[in-house]
Each structure stands twice: as structure tokens, then as C-alpha cells.
Design a protein around this ligand. Structure first.
Ligand code: NAG
Ligand code: NAG
Ligand code: NAG
Ligand code: NAG
Length: 549
């Protein structure tokens, strides 16, 4: 018999491997998951093998220092575009891109060697805790080319000009500062030095901009002021997944959505809402609402959210309370697929429809307060977005939408079940998405609206009954459901004075606390307090751009 240890070892191995997304399971396609992405003559790949060059043990975020790496084991024909560095707050190293020029025409060359280097850091006399001396060299690019990274060495000699490549300037774009990696943090001194990363989920023009993983140096004679990104051609989605690959990604990574044990208001399918009496109102004809057919084909199409139409619950009390409760049985997810980060990633936005958003609760110091009608609204659209790398098909990060804003979380920091399936908590009544159970307070830390999240018995695997509602890059185009093109609100404007309502529910509070409470409330986004029914997925900012953080 094998010793118990062997079984344990095998078990751990199985668990470890079940978390890995093996490429062999991906259906075949052209550009997705190949490890290499073509930006139009410039091939890029992500290097995750590194030689550690230098470590500093102080400075930067939390004063924990940073580590500097040189990419190693580059595939044939690929060149380094910059060394990699990250703050020691991260334990696992990330990645940096390397590039290969596939042009044959000598007048069109995309990658060129630098003509010289400037020394931007000589750590010899830096009074810091470091493991030896290091030098950071900024390449001087030939005319028409830009160095998007730096070289770090242990030796004081200039590196060889063949060490790195500069990129033709039409492949490079400029963004605002990336995340701070290391340095004094003080930018006012002429010889203070700071390093910034060129990887981030944020940024606005995410449809074209490709993060590179190199770092930027500011200060000490380095004139660079902005982060440099590579650029894809507009509309070039050669690395995006095809339909079979999308289905596989959804099957693998679709989150399991848990509802709170006390939840009263569950999701439903959109057609269930219509079939069970959802009504369309038109301004000026309030007494004559019309029933909506199951596909929403009699909803007004397009236009803007001008208040001319809105939806509401059925009129009679029994149907109203039935529709408010939703119908988990019918519920499915509605999925929007779009390219991000210059087509090097795929965003899979998973939308859930709840007929009703229940009343909110607040907390003031240790006192819990029911907010009465505040927070209630008809028609609640919520979403979670998966960001998948088009290099290797791995899940990189998740976005949790929370009342018109939200947060990105690295895929390694999320709870999973059954291998790859992220666990998402839908908060009680408000249905905001959270990565963890507990009371998430929106406000100032002591006073705010409660978002209670807990793993109840009820849950929904968002990948079991889903509809892809849009993937504009795919040809032929997917037909969009009629309800997606309804631009107005999915619920009526609620007619109450928020101040009055809050006054009513805060009667028990002493005057000073009450004023503080009102102050916090007036700073929260409208969506938290639910004065209006929200618009549908296509009319949110994130439909065409990045998620709001
Ligand atoms: C997109 O890039 C690929 C690879 O470089 C190229 O073959 C294709 O023609 C490009 N498509 C467009 C629309 O630019
Ligand atoms: C700034 O660069 C000079 C050389 O140009 C070097 O002597 C000095 O140590 C550098 N300062 C820092 C903080 O690295
Ligand atoms: C680095 O600095 C030390 C002392 O500050 C100096 O002696 C040395 O020449 C410098 N190295 C280079 C390559 O500039
Ligand atoms: C699946 O979802 C569709 C629409 O999203 C819905 O009409 C249907 O009832 C759902 N079916 C099941 C078995 O959940």
C-alpha cells in the first residue's frame, strides 16, 4: 500500500492542475490562445521567465522595495523591449512583452537597436538596503523610433546595443501614469526618482492600447512623463476567440453567483418579466400601459433615455409581488463579448436581470437602520466581467459591478469552486457583486449603506443558461434581442423626497450624527439610493468603453 503522503501529494497535484487552463482543451481557431499576437507586422508575446537582476528592500509602496528582472528564454527572433520590475508587495512575478519584426521591406522596419544609452540610475552610493549595485540604462532611440523600456545591469559598462529594440513610433501611444512601482514617491526634487508600471486594467482607450509590462522612469534627468503603450490597429481583432472558443471559456470560467440567505428578490429571465405582466408606459398616456411581448419586440427601439417611456411592474397586488420576487428557475445570464487592451484581452461581461431591487439598509456607527423605501426600484441590471488573456486563454481578472461603479480583482485573489469557477456574492436586495462574504459598507467606514453578502442555499451558475447578446467583432454578427435596444429605463422614477425619507428613518439618531449621515448620503451615486430605474446593459458606459472604477 502507498503511504498516505503519496495520496495527499497526488490529490494536491490534481487540485493544482484542475486550476490550470490547458490549451489543448481549446477548440481550434486562428489567432486566439497562440501565445503570440500580431499587431500588424509586429508580433508580441508575453515573457514570464525572468533572471533576477537586483532587489531593493525599501522605497515604493509600503516601503517594501522592488525587484528587477531581465526577460529570459525569448522565442526565436524575439527581442526584449524592456526589463521588468515590480513592487515587492507582489510575490509572484508578472510578465513583460517581447517583440518580433516580421516586415521584409527595409524602409518599413518596425524594431531597431538603440544608438546609445543614458545612465539613469547608479545605485552605488544610494543609501538604501539593496543586494549589490545596479545600473539602469535608458536606450536612445533612432529618429522615428521610441524606447518603451529600460535595461538594468549589474555591471557598470553600457549594455550592448543589440540587447534591446526600440519600436517605430506609430506603434506606440502615451497614457497617463501607471501604478507606482518604486522610488522616493517625491516628484518635486530634481534628482528624485520614481518608477511606474505599464500594466493596468484602467485607462480609457482600452480598445487599442496594449500594456507592455515594461517600466517607466521619472526624474533624475529622465524626461519621460507618461507611460508608453503599444498600439493595435483599430478594428484588428485577429487574436479574439471564435464562437466555439467563447463557449469553452464561458463553460470554464462562468462565475457561480450566490444569493444572500435572506434575499427576497431573485433574478428572472427578461422574457419571464414580460410574460408575467411587465408593463410599458409612455409619457402622457400613463393610464394606458401596454403588455410587452416575450422578446420585447414592441418596446421602442434606439433613441436615448429621454424619459418618454419606462417599464413597471403589473398593477394588481398579487402579480406585483410575484414579479418582484423574480424567478430563479427561468433566469439566465446575458453575455456581451468585446476586445480590450488593444485586442490582447477579451472582456466577457455577464449581465443578470432582477425584476426588483429591494430596500437598502444603512449602518451608523454600530446602529443598523432600515431605509424604508430608499434603494427600492424596478428593473435591476447587474454584471460581472471576466477579462481573459488572448495570449494564452487564461482568466486574468474579474470586475465586480457595485452600484454604477465597481472593482477589478486579480484572478488569483478570487474564491473558486469546482476548479476554475469564480464565486461571486450578490448583495442582499441591492444585488451588487462582491468577491467575498460579509458586510461591505459604502460610505466613510463607519457610516454608509450596507451591502450584505453571504453564501445562501440559492445560487446560479451563470454559464448554464446563457445567451450571447452581442459580440460585434464576430462575423457574421449575432442578432441582438429587441429588448437590448430599448434605451429607456427599466423602472419608473420614484416620487419621493429622499431627504424626507431619510429624515423619517433617522429620527432615532442624535442631531450631529444625523447631519453626518445626510452628508454621506448626498455623496453616494444615485444608483445606490435607487431613485430611478436603471437603463439596460447597452446604455451603460462600459458597453463601449472600460468598466467604471
Ligand atoms: C489584422 O492583423 C492581422 C495580423 O497582422 C492581419 O493579417 C489582418 O489583415 C489585420 N486585419 C485588419 C482588419 O487590419
Ligand atoms: C542620478 O543620475 C546621476 C548620473 O546621471 C547619478 O550620479 C545619481 O546617483 C542618480 N541619482 C539617483 C537617485 O539614482
Ligand atoms: C557610479 O557611482 C559611483 C560612485 O557614486 C562612481 O564611482 C561610478 O563611477 C559610477 N558608475 C558609473 C558607471 O557612472
Ligand atoms: C434559460 O434562459 C432563457 C432566457 O434567458 C429562459 O427563457 C429560459 O426559461 C431559461 N431556461 C432554463 C431551463 O433555465
Amino acid at each position: 500500500m502507498r503511504p498516505l503522503n503519496t495520496y495527499l501529494f497526488l490529490l494536491i497535484l490534481c487540485i493544482a492542475f484542475s486550476r490550470c487552463f490547458t490549451l489543448s482543451t481549446l477548440p481550434p481557431g486562428v489567432g486566439f490562445g497562440n501565445g503570440v499576437i500580431d499587431l500588424g507586422g509586429l508580433l508580441i508575446c508575453q515573457i514570464k521567465n525572468f533572471a533576477t537582476i537586483w532587489t531593493v528592500n525599501e522605497g515604493g509602496p509600503d516601503n517594501v522595495g522592488a525587484t528587477f528582472y531581465e526577460p529570459s528564454e525569448l522565442p526565436d527572433g524575439f527581442f526584449m523591449l524592456g526589463s521588468y520590475s515590480q513592487s515587492n508587495t507582489n510575490s509572484l512575478p508578472g510578465w513583460v512583452v517581447a517583440g518580433k519584426d516580421t516586415t521584409n521591406d527595409p524602409s518599413e522596419v518596425i524594431l531597431k537597436s538603440p544608438i546609445d544609452y543614458t545612465l539613469v540610475l547608479n545605485s552605488t552610493s544610494l543609501p538604501i538596503n539593496q543586494d549589490g549595485t545596479a545600473y539602469i540604462w535608458r536606450p536612445m532611440a533612432p529618429e522615428g523610433y521610441i524606447a518603451i523600456g529600460n535595461v538594468i545591469t549589474r555591471l557598470p559598462e553600457k549594455p550592448s546595443l543589440d540587447k534591446i529594440r526600440c519600436v517605430r513610433s506609430d506603434f506606440v501611444t502615451i497614457e497617463e501614469n501607471g501604478d507606482w512601482i518604486w522610488g522616493s514617491g517625491d516628484s518635486s526634487h530634481s534628482n528624485s526618482l520614481n518608477l511606474y508600471s505599464t500594466v493596468r486594467e484602467g485607462g480609457s482607450r482600452i480598445e487599442f492600447w496594449v500594456p507592455t509590462g515594461t517600466f517607466l522612469i521619472q526624474g533624475n534627468g529622465s524626461t519621460a512623463t507618461s507611460v508608453l503603450y503599444l498600439k493595435n490597429l483599430p478594428g484588428n481583432f485577429s487574436a479574439m476567440p471564435n464562437m466555439a472558443q467563447i463557449q469553452e471559456l464561458i463553460k470554464k470560467y462562468s462565475p457561480v453567483l450566490y444569493f444572500h440567505p435572506d434575499e427576497h428578490f431573485f433574478p428572472s429571465s427578461v422574457s419571464w418579466f414580460f410574460e408575467n405582466g411587465g408593463l410599458l408606459y409612455a409619457r402622457g398616456q400613463e393610464s394606458k400601459p401596454v403588455l410587452i411581448d416575450p422578446t420585447g419586440s414592441n418596446l421602442p427601439q434606439g433613441g436615448s433615455n429621454d424619459g418618454l417611456y419606462w417599464l413597471d411592474l403589473p398593477i394588481d397586488d398579487a402579480s406585483r409581488s410575484k414579479v418582484k420576487r423574480g424567478d430563479l428557475q427561468s433566469a439566465g445570464s446575458y453575455i456581451h463579448i468585446k476586445p480590450t487592451l488593444g485586442g490582447t484581452c477579451t472582456d466577457i461581461a455577464i449581465w443578470i436581470f432582477y425584476p426588483y431591487n429591494g430596500p437598502a439598509k444603512a449602518r451608523v456607527n454600530f446602529i443598523n437602520i432600515d431605509l424604508g423605501r430608499v434603494g427600492e426600484h424596478v428593473g435591476d441590471w447587474e454584471h460581472v466581467t471576466l477579462r481573459v488573456s488572448n495570449f494564452d486563454g487564461e482568466l486574468k481578472s474579474l470586475y465586480f459591478s457595485q452600484h454604477s461603479k465597481g472593482t477589478w480583482l486579480d484572478a488569483t485573489k478570487v474564491e473558486y469552486q469546482n476548479g476554475n469557477k469564480p464565486v461571486v456574492y450578490s448583495s442582499l436586495h441591492g444585488h451588487a457583486a462582491f468577491p467575498n462574504a460579509g458586510t461591505n459598507l459604502m460610505g466613510n467606514g463607519k457610516i454608509g449603506v450596507r451591502n450584505d453578502a453571504a453564501k445562501g442555499k440559492m445560487f446560479m451558475d451563470t454559464g448554464i443558461n446563457y445567451t450571447i447578446i452581442c459580440a460585434d467583432y464576430l462575423k457574421p454578427l449575432i442578432g441582438e434581442p429587441s429588448w437590448l435596444n430599448y434605451a429607456r429605463e427599466w423602472g419608473p422614477k420614484i416620487n419621493y423626497d429622499l431627504k424626507d425619507e431619510i429624515n423619517k428613518v433617522t429620527k432615532i439618531l442624535p442631531g450631529k450624527l444625523k447631519r453626518k449621515f445626510m452628508g454621506i448620503f448626498s455623496s453616494l451615486p444615485n444608483e445606490v439610493l435607487g431613485e430611478e430605474g436603471p437603463t439596460g446593459p447597452k446604455w451603460k458606459d462600459s458597453w463601449d468603453g472600460n468598466e467604471r472604477v
